[in-house]
Design a binder for this molecule. Sequence first.
Ligand code: ADP
Length: 335
Amino acid sequence: MALKKKKNEKKLPIRKVAILTSGGDAPGMNSAIRAIVKAAMWKGLEPYLVYEGYKGLTEGNIKPASNVNVDRFINQGGTFIYSARYPEFKDEKVRLKAKKQLDKMGIEALIVIGGDGSYHGAQLLHTIGVRTIGLPGTIDNDISSSDYTIGFFSALETIVQNVDRIRDTSRSHHRCMIVEVMGRFAGDLATHSGIATGAELIITSEKKYSIKEIIDIVDQQMNKNKKESMIIVVAEHLYDNLDKIAKEIEQKTNVVTRSIVLSQVQRGGAPTGFERYVATQMGTYAIELLCENKSGLAIGFVRNQLVAEPILEALTKPRPKYLEITEKYSKINQE
Ligand code: ADP
C-alpha cells in the first residue's frame, strides 16, 4: 500500500497519525485498525501502528502501517498490534517520554482504541499536546458515551452460543447451571445475555442476591414448578466462589447444580457483522475528525449515529441502569 500524494487537496492539519490498542482486547479492534489505516491513506495521511499499547508507545515500538496488509484483519478477533496493561503510564514522566517518541517521528496525532482506563491515558496525552481521539474498544460496554462499544456484540454472541449449549445439557439432566460472564463492574453482558438466553435469574451488581434467596428461587423453579432446567447468569466480581455456592444449592435443594466461568472464551472469535459495521465507521470518523483539526474527543455510536464528545465528558457520563429489566425478565423467565 504505497501512500499516494493527493493533488489539489486542501492543506491538512496533520500529516502522520498513529493507532494503538490498549487494555482488554476485544473483537472488532482489528476491523477498526484496518478502517483507520485505509481512511488515513484515503485522506493522504501517513498511518503508523503502535505495538503493545502505551507500553509500546513509551518504548518507541512504532512502525509505518503502509507495509502491512491490513485488509486481512477485518474479520479476525483480538488485536494484531497487541494490547498491554501498563500502569506506568499513570506517571507523567512516562507520558512525556511517550510524547517524545511521537515527536521524534513527526507523528502529530494518536488514535486510542480501548476502555475507560485507556481513555484516561488518551485524555492526559491530549493535555500535553498530542492530538488524540478515543474509540470505545471493550467487550464490557462500560463507556457511557456510546450505546455500544467495539467488542460488546461479539462477546454477547459468544456468551449466548455457550449458554445455549449449557442449556441443552442441563435440560437433559434437570440441572441448574450458574454461568459467570464478564463485564468488569458493568452488568451489560450479563443483562443482555441473560435476556437473550431466557435465564431464570440474572444477577448484576445492581442487586446482589443472597445465597438464601438464590436457593429459594432454585427450589421454587426446579422442585415446585418442575422446570426442566435452570440457568443463572451472574456478572463477574460478585461472588468469590461459585463452586461453593453451587454445592450449597445442591445440598439444600437436591437439584444437581454446577457453576461455569466463561472467562477468556468471551474475548475471542471473529467480530460479528454489526461489530465490523460500527468499528469501521468509528475508525473512519476518527480520521475525519483529525482532518478537521479536532482533538481530545471520544467517538460513540448513539441511536445509530456517530457522535463525538470530549473524552472527559465521556468518562463522567452516568451508566445506564438495568435493574428494572433484569428483574422483569428474571420473573418472566421463571414463568
Ligand atoms: P481499559 O482501557 O480496557 O479500561 P485498563 O483500565 O487496564 O483497561 O487501562 C489500560 C491502560 O490504560 C493501562 O494499562 C494504562 O496504561 C492506561 N491507563 C489506565 N488508567 C490510566 C490513568 N488514570 N492515567 C493514565 N493512563 C492510564
